[in-house]
Design a protein around this ligand. Structure first.
Ligand SMILES: Cc1cc2nc3c(=O)[nH]c(=O)nc-3n(C[C@H](O)[C@H](O)[C@H](O)COP(=O)(O)OP(=O)(O)OC[C@H]3O[C@@H](n4cnc5c(N)ncnc54)[C@H](O)[C@@H]3O)c2cc1C
Length: 533
């Protein structure tokens, strides 16, 4: 049934949207409608951890976006996957669980005017969401819906990498979830009992049985309806028809960093000149909607090693064995995560905080065939931890089915390319540390191995890609130019908030799923607080 009105209408059922749908409908007196463009996330393939990745590249479950040619990548375009189904990114992602560093959130609060978003203030919301199944600890929640656990299949080389980073001079971080990521550590993942814990599984499975929550899938939001400065409803397309749901309380845009700007722009909110070019009537000129796009540029190095790694299991008979193993005991290759250890390092010793993030994985690909490498290999992705490069999102047309323009300069800032060059070179050094050196047969990528900084720069600009962590296109701030205020309300419009990764003012030095879920938790609490006063 499609209700005509609700207290809360949520546009987008991704990592943050699923949290909102759950928390706002906990009180049976609140009526909630969640609109999601893609399909539901039930069924075996969505529960099997690796099954989510099979959804990538398929237009039914992936937005399959493409960037404009990027001059900072020597004119290359990037294929940009984004989950298009209940759970959003969390239904297709690598399941790596990380929150970021105390310094990330403290700087949001103290330098960017995001009152209420310091580490001490966001920490309880990480705990609230979490159902951790490891050793009891002050830094993990155990009663929340989001399954967080040790990976079921871990390769011994993950610890070897951490040890080699120690020999290289990095700290060993005992508990990276406590607000300190400055060093090296092995990873936790968003899985429960060997199953992917997407936001859909974690936050919607039980909540969808509530009579006061309506979840509509295959429902593409066109725009928020705004009358006299207040959001009064949402227009969406379902089964080829335009439909409207009236909103009695608040509309929450939760369509993700790449799509939330488009929903707002089609509603008449955004840079006035661009809206006029597109033929959209300007409701409010908000210049920064779509601006400030930030992403983890990513450059990978591959080493051949002396012991089999996960890519060696990609043979038909071994895959069949692993699939059977998953069916019977929910273990094995189908549960692996692409990054089993991380390290943060400084390109220059004078830096207060690491500027390079390394992600270590046991699943190496052959750059020529794009298939799992036939040789045993390990891979390290070097990211600019907190990128200074910026891009923007614009409307391509007013058709909600049309894909947004993503105009990025992924390595447009000189500091970012300098960090990447240094990071890529330091990766080579880490693999000469005694603990790892004895397992290294030789480098497989980059090929040929750059010999000078100029060659490193070209190798990076010719092959670096995205890290799947876009943020900040509807940035939160204390200043009037910011899109949302620290209570995530769109400035100048009543009854409208944006709650998803797009509100992050700057990139945390982390992957962005747990931070997006935290934003959903904190945003829901703020909505309920404001409704009760
Ligand atoms: C391939 C990949 C791997 C990743 N790996 C990791 C990882 O291992 N660890 C990690 O921490 N992070 C990872 N991330 C990032 C993380 O998943 C995202 O940061 C997070 O999911 C963002 O949450 P969100 O709520 O902001 O948006 P999303 O989860 O993207 O949700 C937005 C939702 O809105 C829907 N939507 C969009 N437009 C409309 C519309 N017009 N109408 C209706 N619905 C709409 C979308 O379909 C989607 O379901 C990965 C992301 C990807 C794509």
């Amino acid at each position: 049934m499609q209700p005509e009105s609700a207290d809360y209408v949520i546009a987008g059922g991704g990592s943050a949207g699923c949290v909102l749908a759950n928390r706002l409908s906990e009180n049976p007196e609140n009526t909630v409608v969640l609109l999601e463009a893609g399909p539901g996330a039930d069924g075996f393939m969505n529960r099997m951890p690796s099954g989510g990745m099979i959804k990538l590249g398929k237009p039914e479950t992936d937005w399959c976006l493409t960037t404009e040619p990027d001059p900072s990548l020597n004119g290359r375009q990037q294929f940009w996957s984004a989950g298009r189904m209940l759970g959003g990114g969390s239904s297709v992602n690598g399941m790596i669980y990380i929150r970021g560093d105390r310094k990330d959130y403290d700087s949001w609060a103290s330098e960017l005017g995001c009152t209420g978003w310091s580490w001490n203030e966001v920490f309880p919301f990480f705990l609230k969401s979490e159902g951790f199944t490891g050793q009891p600890s002050q830094t993990h929640g155990t009663t929340g819906p989001l399954g967080v656990s040790e990976p079921r299949m871990k390769h011994p080389f993950a610890q070897v990498f951490v040890d080699a980073c120690g020999e290289f001079g990095l700290r060993k971080v005992e508990d990276y979830c406590a607000g300190d990521v400055d060093g090296a550590f092995t990873m936790l993942c968003t899985q429960a009992n060997g199953q992917r814990s997407s936001a859909a599984r974690a936050f919607l499975d039980a909540a969808m049985k509530r009579p006061n929550l309506t979840v509509l899938t295959e429902a593409t939001v066109d725009k928020v309806l705004i009358e006299n400065g207040r959001a009064t409803g949402v227009r969406y397309i379902k089964d080829g028809e335009n439909r409207t749901v009236q909103c009695l309380g608040e509309v929450i845009v939760s369509s993700g960093t790449l799509n939330s700007p488009g929903v707002l722009m089609r509603s008449g909110l955004g840079p006035a000149a661009h809206l006029q070019d597109m033929g959209v009537e300007v409701v409010r000129d908000i210049a920064e909607i779509g601006k400030n796009l930030q992403e983890h540029a990513s450059f990978h190095s591959v080493f051949q090693v002396d012991q089999p790694t996960w890519n060696n299991l990609f043979k038909p008979h071994l895959l069949a064995r692993e699939f059977l193993k998953y069916l019977t005991v929910k273990r094995g290759l189908m549960t692996i995560i692409p990054v089993e250890a991380m390290a943060y390092l400084r390109s220059r010793p004078d830096l207060d905080f690491p500027d390079v993030k390394l992600s270590f994985g046991l699943m190496a690909h052959n750059a020529k065939t794009q298939k799992p490498h036939e040789l045993p290999g390990v891979v390290v992705y070097a990211n600019v931890a907190k990128p200074k490069s910026r891009g923007e999102i614009r409307l391509r047309s007013t058709d909600p089915i049309d894909k947004p323009v993503i105009d990025h300069r992924l390595l447009g800032h000189a500091d970012d390319i300098a960090s990447m060059i240094s990071g890529a070179k330091k990766v080579q050094e880490i693999f000469t540390m005694p603990t790892f050196a004895k397992h290294v047969v030789g480098p497989l990528a980059p090929d040929p191995m750059p010999q000078s900084d100029e060659e490193w720069e070209q190798a990076i600009r010719n092959s670096a890609g995205i890290g799947y962590h876009p943020v900040a296109t509807c940035r939160m701030g204390g200043d009037e130019a910011s899109v949302v205020d620290p209570r995530l309300k769109v400035r100048g419009v009543e009854g409208l908030r944006v709650i998803d990764a797009s509100v992050m003012p700057v990139m945390p030095a982390a992957n962005t799923n747990a931070p997006s879920i935290m934003i959903g938790e904190k945003g829901a609490e703020m909505i309920l607080e404001d409704a009760s006063t």
